[in-house]
Design a protein around this ligand. Structure first.
Ligand SMILES: Nc1ncnc2c1ncn2[C@@H]1O[C@H](COP(=O)(O)OP(=O)(O)O)[C@@H](O)[C@H]1O
Ligand SMILES: [Mg+2]
Length: 217
């Protein structure tokens, strides 16, 4: 059984220990996990690095326990450099977007929708992508635009001023190694504008994020 206290928490989910191999991830707001669990299983079957999925029930998902820091923690600790951070995200997106869409649509891929350094864990077997809440089918450039916006958001946030040089270098490296996000940048910015978990201050930075990304392309 899970212990009563989560050992990790993100913006939306709490993660509880079950045993050495499995954890329970639970949405605090009751959001159902069925769709993201299906995407995780699909990409896992195609060799993509995701935690194995066990029982799924409402907002609860039993998933394989991963050991290692997030890429964010590894980057802040200086264990991975900004250029490598950008390359890793570009590579994870390239590999994800090479997987056929479950619907069979040829112009669509599975988009993670929220690929950033807090959602990748660096395990002994390499980087593993977590937090598939925003996964859906769509154009790969939209997924790339979302990641670029998230890097730019932190790079421009005065609350994280000390991380700005690292994030700018990582974003440059990410964009150099990715497909051009510009065709989907307006749609991705509009989507970020509708994100209820962003603060008013974060929302006000969207036009500058757009500018920063375009200045790097
Ligand atoms: N499979 C896992 N094994 C171990 N820790 C995990 C696992 N999945 C998530 N975590 C921990 O929980 C945190 C939040 O998980 P995440 O899925 O990103 O939820 P959120 O939607 O709240 O951001 C991660 O940063 C990580 O520390
Ligand atoms: Mg997360």
């Amino acid at each position: 059984m899970s212990s009563p206290e989560p050992f990790a928490s993100g913006r939306d989910a709490d993660v509880y220990s079950i045993d050495d191999d499995w954890v329970l991830r639970r949405y605090r707001n009751g959001h159902p996990v069925r769709d993201e669990a299906e995407y995780m299983k699909w990409v896992g079957r195609h060799g993509y690095p995701v935690p194995a999925v066990g029982r799924v029930d409402g907002p609860d998902m039993v998933i394989q326990r991963l050991t290692g820091p997030t890429l964010a923690a590894a980057a802040v600790a200086g264990d991975i450099g900004p250029v490598e951070l950008g390359e890793l995200h570009a590579d994870l997106h390239r590999r994800l977007h090479a997987i056929p869409a479950p619907s069979g649509a040829e112009d669509r891929v599975i988009m993670h929708g929220d690929l950033h350094p807090e959602n990748v864990m660096l395990t002994a077997d390499g980087p593993v992508v977590i937090d598939w809440r925003n996964a859906e089918e769509g154009p790969p450039a939209f997924d790339v635009a979302m990641t670029a916006i998230i890097f730019a958001q932190v790079a421009l946030d005065p609350a994280y001023a000390e991380l700005s040089p690292l994030l700018r270098e990582a974003l440059t490296s990410y964009l150099v190694h990715s497909i051009d996000p510009r065709p989907q940048l307006p749609a991705a910015l509009a989507r970020r504008g509708n994100n209820v978990t962003l603060t008013k201050e974060e929302l006000a930075l969207l036009p500058q994020q757009d500018q920063l990304i375009r200045s790097m392309l």
